[in-house]
Design a binder for this molecule. Structure first.
Ligand code: SAH
Length: 263
């Protein structure tokens, strides 16, 4: 495994977004990007906040995200990866509009039992992959700042996001387990089943733990940040598109900027 030598959030940073709307918001902020096409994906190479970045749409699902991550690491030589996207909330008190920073990730649909315990990644001897604790800490602090009352106020980084109009409370940042699988969870029965087998899970999505596995194998630090777009229940499909365009893409931009501006 490669030894990580450069400080977190410096060097060349790969930024992955799950949805085209979020990607566009980031691309609009990049002034010097050139596009390179690999594996049918467009990689946007340039600068954000004075830092070298490669921005790419992960595509939806674990395999697609794993391919995108592998190309980011092998063809573009990024030093670290930041994933920003939306997710369904599972944990108590994890509400729409909140943000979850992963300190651990599990693939909830991995099950090679009885050969391996349920959720264990064959060959890795574990089910749980963890981003570096120092990086998670930095990301958590930055996100906390972004979601403060100050940034939601007039003139702040999120002043264009009118949470009250959407009936959303002041957002909170959570740090904990994010689970990933190749299913959009939009039924209360499905989310209850996940909560039962993985009670510590705060959020469910479709890419994070795959990105984590690739970064783990290449020894590259990574962070996964998810804005809660729905509660992974019967209303999930209704909440979803409106939330991404009204809230999540603004959060993503503000959070990525806050991270890139860290010294
Ligand atoms: N109905 C949406 C589906 C997109 S897939 C559409 O038509 O565009 C959902 C994306 O958001 C995935 O990238 C996944 O990581 C994340 N996500 C948000 N809520 C989710 C949930 N409840 N279950 C699984 N993934 C979710």
């Amino acid at each position: 495994m490669m030894l990580h030598m450069i400080p977190y959030l410096s060097g060349r940073i790969g930024i992955m977004a799950a949805m085209p709307e979020e990607l566009q918001t980031l691309l609009d902020a990049m002034l010097d990007e050139t596009v390179v096409v690999k594996a049918g994906r467009q990689f946007w190479v340039g600068h954000l906040c004075g830092r070298e970045v490669v921005v790419v749409l992960s595509r939806i699902g674990k395999v697609a995200a794993a391919i995108t991550t592998t190309v980011l690491l092998t063809d573009f030589g990024v030093d670290q990866v930041v994933f920003t996207g939306v997710a369904g909330g599972l944990g108590d008190g994890v509400r729409v509009g909140d943000v979850v920073v992963a300190d651990a990730l599990i693939q909830h649909d991995m099950d090679a039992s009885p050969l391996f315990p349920r959720f264990e990644l064959p060959g890795l001897g574990t089910s749980t992959l963890q981003p570096p604790a120092d990086l998670t800490h930095l990301v958590h602090e930055a996100v906390q700042q972004v979601l403060s009352l100050d940034s939601l106020a007039e003139g702040g980084a999120l002043s264009g996001v009118h949470l009250d109009v959407l009936g959303l409370p002041q957002p909170k940042v959570h740090r904990g387990l994010i689970i990933s699988g190749d299913q959009f969870i939009n039924a209360a029965t499905a989310s209850a089943a996940l909560r039962q087998v993985l009670p510590q899970a705060l959020a469910v999505e479709m890419e994070g733990a795959a990105v984590a596995q690739v970064c783990h194998d290449f020894g590259v630090p990574f962070a996964v940040i998810r804005t809660i777009s729905d509660r992974a229940d019967d209303d999930a499909h209704v909440d979803f598109p409106r939330f991404v365009s009204a809230v999540a893409r603004h959060y993503s931009l503000a959070m990525v900027f806050a991270l890139l501006r860290l010294q």
